[in-house]
Design a protein around this ligand. Structure first.
Ligand code: CA
Length: 477
């Protein structure tokens, strides 16, 4: 589970054709995985920011249902940015907590060793859920309540104080930061990139499980390529000529790919490749606003916008699955799939069972992966929060995709947009007025999902009451 890795941030084409961005980045190990498995060209993250998607993988539920609809940090603080007219509803700002069934919990019950390596960001600091060990993982490597590292460098001790001292050696030692990466003391002071340290520790934990003769669930979540965008110096030469930030970004992508390569090699070494499902994906669309080089909102082209957005750039991400005897080597599947589908898929493949009273929104993908099955349910995104950066579609919204149709409801208004993704992948031609029947039908579908999941709309600041989700009975509103 890469972090903030966009749909075009890999050298494997996710679009119908290879793009200039595919040519710019270098992910040979993902190319190998794609050649051995299948590329899901319409693969989505459950949400346009980190925590909701990660909680969806853990629980198998869409954010509208699990209600961790935004990124978390401190248990008593709402991280949502202020919006002039609307406010978030009562969401779970503490994040995921013990007591809720999770994928690693049910896998552990089925005999698996469950290993977390890297970014957790499931539950807020000051709560039990901040520690992945409380959420079903036997092993926790460097995971806690924060969703970014102070630094990617071992020479900085992966800490803010270390980074400050490296830049201004005469300064007084800085204080610990909530973003400092825990648990990697063995690498402090060493010339070691965070992604590499996490991979080494993950492989050590994998080796230990193999030596103990137990099956393994490894959740490798390498913090990269989230900000701070910091270069892994050993790969920089390849990106000469690019904008400085984009060159550093390229080294972060390549570091993630190198870690994938080491894990695949280790599976080969142990003779486990033919008996292991490997999934490569990302928790939200690529950052395409502040902190990136070049023109904002173009980094996921031909998709519109990026991280935080309701548009495709916010949620469509790389998806590659290698599943021996299920996926056809080198195949491509266009069926829309989403993060929470992985939860029942992996659980059932492992013979693990969720409690009957825990609703799962995800679909078991085995038949889709085997034969490119037909989509049978709409996908829904729901983020009643204002995210930190500005850009197209970055505002409180709910959205639904059914077949090639995608409908967006922006809570401020509310306003409705409708797109035919088969003709308009870049979401530039709003058809909500031209196609009132389709708009109405999609609104009704969204309404049904909203009722079924307990989806909560934004609050109108003027009245203190929830924004009305358009009913869809009167056409576009
Ligand atoms: Ca993320």
């Amino acid at each position: 589970m890469a972090d903030d890795l966009g749909w075009q941030d890999v050298s494997v084409p996710m679009h119908t054709e290879a793009t200039a961005l595919n040519a710019q980045w270098h992910t040979p190990h993902l190319e190998r995985l794609a050649a051995q498995g299948t590329v899901l060209t319409n693969g989505y993250a459950a949400a346009p920011v980190c925590t909701p998607t990660r909680v969806s993988l853990m629980t198998g539920q869409m954010p509208a249902r699990h209600n961790v609809t935004y990124w978390t940090l401190h248990h008593d603080r709402d991280t949502s940015k202020n919006h002039p007219r609307i406010a978030p509803p009562a969401w779970s700002k503490e994040g995921l907590q013990p007591g809720t069934p999770t994928l690693p919990k049910v896998l552990r019950d089925a005999g698996y060793r469950t290993i977390h390596a890297g970014k957790a960001h499931f539950g807020a600091h000051g709560t039990p859920g901040s520690n992945p060990s409380h959420l079903g993982f036997d092993v926790n490597i460097a995971g806690h309540g924060s969703g970014a590292p102070s630094s990617f460098l071992g020479t900085h001790n992966f800490s803010a104080a270390g980074k400050q001292m490296a830049n201004t050696p005469d300064a007084k030692p800085g204080r610990p930061s909530v973003w400092d990466v825990p648990g990697l003391d063995a690498y402090h002071g060493k010339d070691m990139y965070l992604t590499e340290a996490l991979c080494t520790e993950a492989i050590n934990a994998l080796d230990a499980a193999v030596n103990d003769g137990v099956p393994v669930y490894l959740y490798f979540a390498p913090y990269a390529v989230h900000t701070p965008i910091m270069a892994n110096a050993k790969y920089l030469q390849r990106y000469e000529g690019l904008h400085r930030t984009e060159a550093a970004y390229g080294t972060m992508i390549e570091s993630v790919d190198a870690a994938l390569g080491r894990i695949l090699e280790r599976l080969d070494h142990h003779g486990l490749a033919n008996n292991t499902i490997v999934v490569f994906t990302s928790d939200n669309g690529g950052l395409s606003a502040h902190a990136r080089g070049g023109t904002p909102n173009t980094h996921n082209a031909p998709l519109h916008s990026g991280k935080g957005s309701s548009y495709e750039g916010g949620t469509r991400v790389p998806w590659v699955v290698r599943w021996p005897d299920v996926t056809e080597p080198g195949s491509r599947i266009d069926t829309p799939v989403i993060t929470q589908d992985l939860t029942p898929t992996l659980a059932r493949a492992a013979g693990a069972v969720f409690p009957a009273d825990h609703p799962l929104d995800g679909a078991d993908l085995r038949s889709v992966l085997k034969a490119g099955g037909v989509p049978t349910r709409p996908l829904v995104w729901h983020q009643p929060h204002q995210w930190g950066a500005n850009g197209p579609g970055i505002e409180p919204f709910s959205a639904i995709r059914d077949g090639n149709w995608k409908l967006l409801v922006f809570h401020d208004g509310p306003r409705v947009e409708l797109y035919d993704l088969s003709e308009d992948l870049g979401e530039s031609n709003d058809l909500s007025v031209e196609r009132p029947e389709m708009t109405s039908q999609m609104l009704q579908q969204l309404r049904r999902v909203a009722i079924g999941t307990g989806l909560q709309m934004s609050i109108d600041k003027a009245t203190g009451t929830p924004i009305h989700l358009p009913s869809g009975t009167g056409g576009a509103q």
